[in-house]
Structures are given as C-alpha cells and as structure tokens.
Design a protein around this ligand. Structure first.
Ligand code: HEC
Length: 185
C-alpha cells in the first residue's frame, strides 16, 4: 500500500518534471531531469556516450574522462622518456603509441554537453563547448599525427623521435586554448 502510493507519486513527479505543464513532451529528453536509469555495472560511460547526450551522471563521467587523460599522459610519458635516449625501447614506445592513438580516437566522445566547469571539477574550459568546431579540428590534428606515430614507432628510432615531437605539438595546441593551467604547479 505504501509502495503503491510511492509509485503513484513518482509517476506524477516525473510527469511534472518533464515539462511542468499538462502535456508531456515525449520526444524531447530533459537533460536536467534526474534520469532514473540503472547505473552501469562497469563505469565506462566515456566509451558509450554519444557526443550529443548529457550523461546520466556527469560527475562520474568527468572522473572517467580525467582517468583516461591520466593514462594517456602516462603512455605519453613513456615516449617522452624514451625520446631522450640514444637507444629508445622501441617495443615500449610502440605499445604506448598504440594506446595514445586509441585515446585520440575516443576523445571526441569525452565532452558531451553538461560535462563542463558548470557540472563539477574539471580542467576543461567552457569554450570547449562554445568553440566546438575548432576544438574538433584540433582533435582531428592530433588523430592524424597519432596515427603517424604508430607507424613511426614501428619504423625506427629516428622516425619515432621526429613524429613524437609533431604529436606532442598537437596536445599542446589544444591545451593552450581549452585546458586550465595547472594552478598547483
Ligand atoms: C582537442 C583537445 C585536446 C587534445 C588534442 C589533447 N588534450 Fe589533453 N586535455 C584536454 C582537456 C580539455 C583536458 C581537461 C580535461 C578535464 O579536466 O576534464 C585535458 C587533460 C589532459 C590531462 C590531464 C591533466 C590534469 O592535470 O588533469 C593530460 C595528462 C592530458 N590532457 C594529456 C594529453 C596528451 C598527452 C595529449 C596528446 C597526445 C593530449 N592531452 C591531447 C584537451 C586535449
């Protein structure tokens, strides 16, 4: 009996939340409304969310984005360290380049609406969402160079070192415009 009452109230509440009026708009998703979805068992929202949809849990989504960037950074560091060596560990840089290229391919899905500074802790600046075409162009630049880096790391040390620099320039080009400066460093 209590359950029944609760359910009825919930239905009513959802109806109201949908539009605040009498006619619910069935086709239009309300991004701000709390979405009653079961949480995914494994937190992999980054891989599945499309660019146009606000994730059900923006904070968790942003955490995953950050974790992905951390891992991207780790792989990049492997190459940075090796780029300074006379004899780089080509197996290691090759594996790292494959990872970086994978992340570059996914990055376009990491910034759906509602996951900017207004939603929680992030270094992504608000202009990621207001200057999206340019942001995407900078990402495309990275994707081009990261793909070449995979080839270069399976070629030789000289090819790797040259292409590593070219790739790093694309990371920086985006960070300069779309990522907050580190305040604690
Ligand atoms: C198209 C834009 C873009 C490109 C290209 C890009 N990044 Fe980023 N990166 C960002 C944004 C935006 C953030 C902040 C994300 C956040 O905090 O939610 C970020 C965050 C990071 C972080 C986490 C930093 C921190 O302290 O939180 C690392 C590490 C990183 N990027 C490494 C790289 C590397 C390495 C490359 C190149 C292989 C790269 N990024 C290419 C936009 C980009």
């Amino acid at each position: 009996m209590k359950m029944k009452l609760f359910a009825a109230t919930a239905v009513l509440a959802l109806g109201l939340a949908a539009c605040g009026g009498e006619t619910p708009a069935p086709e239009t998703p309300a991004p701000e409304a709390p979405v009653a979805e079961a949480p995914a068992p494994e937190p992999a929202p980054v891989a599945t969310a499309s660019i146009g949809e606000t994730p059900a849990d923006p904070v968790a989504f942003m955490k995953t984005r950050h974790d992905n960037y951390e891992d991207l950074g780790k792989n990049f560091k492997v190459m940075l360290d090796n780029s300074k060596l006379g004899t780089p560990d080509m197996a290691a840089v090759s594996a790292a380049a494959v990872k970086v290229n994978e992340y570059a391919g996914q990055m376009g899905t990491w910034f759906p609406p509602g996951t900017g500074p207004e939603a929680g802790k992030t270094k992504a600046k608000a202009n990621v969402w207001t200057e999206r075409a340019d942001f995407d162009a900078k990402l495309a630049d990275l994707q081009t160079e990261a793909a070449k880096l995979v080839t270069a790391t399976s070629t030789d040390a000289a090819a790797f070192k040259a292409q590593f620099g070219a790739t790093g320039g694309k990371c920086k080009a985006c960070h300069d415009v779309y990522r907050e400066e580190d305040k604690d460093k």
